[in-house]
Design a protein around this ligand. Sequence first.
Ligand SMILES: Cc1cc2nc3c(=O)[nH]c(=O)nc-3n(C[C@H](O)[C@H](O)[C@H](O)COP(=O)(O)OP(=O)(O)OC[C@H]3O[C@@H](n4cnc5c(N)ncnc54)[C@H](O)[C@@H]3O)c2cc1C
Length: 489
Amino acid sequence: MAHDASDACSGRSRRVAIIGAGPGGICTAVRLLERGHDNFVILERAPGIGGTWFHNRYPGAECDIKSHLYSFSFAPNPAWSCRYARQPEIKAYLEDVVDRFGVAPHLRLSTPVHAARWDDTEAVWHLTVGDGDVVDAEIVVSAIGMFGAPVEPDIPGLDRFRGTVFHSAEWDDDHDLSGEAVAVIGSAASAVQLIPEIAPVVGSLAVYQRSANWVAPKEDDPYSDDELAEFAADPDAVAAARDEIFTTIDPNLTFADLERRALAEEAGRKNIAVVEDEELRRKLTPDMPFGCKRPLASNYYYPVFNEAHVELVTDPITEITEGGVVTADGRTRAVDTIILATGFATTKFLAALDVAGRDGVDIDDAWSDGAQAYLGITTTGFPNLFMLYGPNTNNGSIIYMIECQVDYIMKMLEAMDAKQLRWVDVKRDVMDEYNDALQHELDDVEVWQAGCNGYYRVESGRIVTQWPGSMSEYRARTEHADLSVFETA
Ligand SMILES: Cc1cc2nc3c(=O)[nH]c(=O)nc-3n(C[C@H](O)[C@H](O)[C@H](O)COP(=O)(O)OP(=O)(O)OC[C@H]3O[C@@H](n4cnc5c(N)ncnc54)[C@H](O)[C@@H]3O)c2cc1C
């Protein structure tokens, strides 16, 4: 596509390409439209919107941050039916936001972005999409999320299994589990949510647990009719509910308060106490501090293990045969369906795509020591490329964190417009200094140094996913867009 250099400096006509139509992509679109900027496209590989909440539709999928905070500040939802909404309700909420704010005309669904190349001469990104089409944009906002790549475990024989096998994030809606012998591999976030839902219908269930996780009780009653009526009638009541959730979780995101941590572990132990068998209770009790891994919450997970047809297997899996799962004790359990609740590859970020920045530098080379960015939003050598939910931004309500990032990007665009800049690229020394300080802050988060959080870290030992502070601290850090930290042209 021919490029008119004046476009790049004329503010509102800058072409923006947003990659991903999850909460991040949707939020960016709404904020662009708010500032009168409609020259943008959202490129989404899936056939629908919602991101995580489009893909993860396993039974029981729900958020673990209360919904009045896990929603956009500009689109409060008085109608959340319960404190932690389930996937269908969250997806419907996001679809409603897309409709109400006029985002739909900008969507290009079923359009994966394979590659992004920065053109130094033209100061434009060339995005290769779908079956080879190229989309040009002066600004790219990557909203590809952290949970887009389900991990298949490396178990010998998995590929020769003759029954049904699917990952929790790729749920087979057409497959009926009724009466089947089912194996769930994994016992973390998705497993804890889906196991209580499938247990009543399956014939037998074997849960393969590598390490026990803390599963706290969950205050998950539906809102009463009176509460819902109050929310519907009074926007201040919705705002107050949101504020209360914020002030409760914000100071506790790094589990620094030892007393609170002890209370959380005590609550976890009480939750486990419903399991009748002592040996089972022992196996389900974690040997790591609360917060070391992502804490989970459910009132329905542990009671499942009192059912006669449910078995907890802690012997490591050695092999999968055509018809069953073999464990280190030599036992084979015959199984019809294997559900892989084995999580996601979370540390690649933008390197999941084929991205080349200034001077053709590949993002894999730029990030050979692990993903890094300034404020989690921009990374040196990749001008005019802004990331949402990027490196070291995972904590609290991700929708809140994303809103901070989008606000920052809008301020950057305004600053670029005001100065008639073609591009901005964060200075290397600024990014390095930021990351050195960040890693020191992460060293101070005691529970993340307890050695059990593989998915937060890369091989070099750096934690690349977590934000080490509160949401308010992140808001304060991203409040101002300061052009002096960028190389500009
Ligand atoms: C089961 C589950 C439960 C969760 N619960 C919570 C919770 O309770 N609270 C919380 O704060 N967070 C939770 N999260 C994290 C959740 O991912 C974020 O809250 C939120 O969805 C991030 O929004 P996003 O738009 O950045 O990414 P996503 O929601 O992941 O959306 C990214 C989108 O980008 C698309 N995409 C990816 N690559 C490409 C490509 N190359 N080309 C085109 N499109 C692409 C994907 O298809 C997807 O639609 C949960 C995650 C999972 C998996």
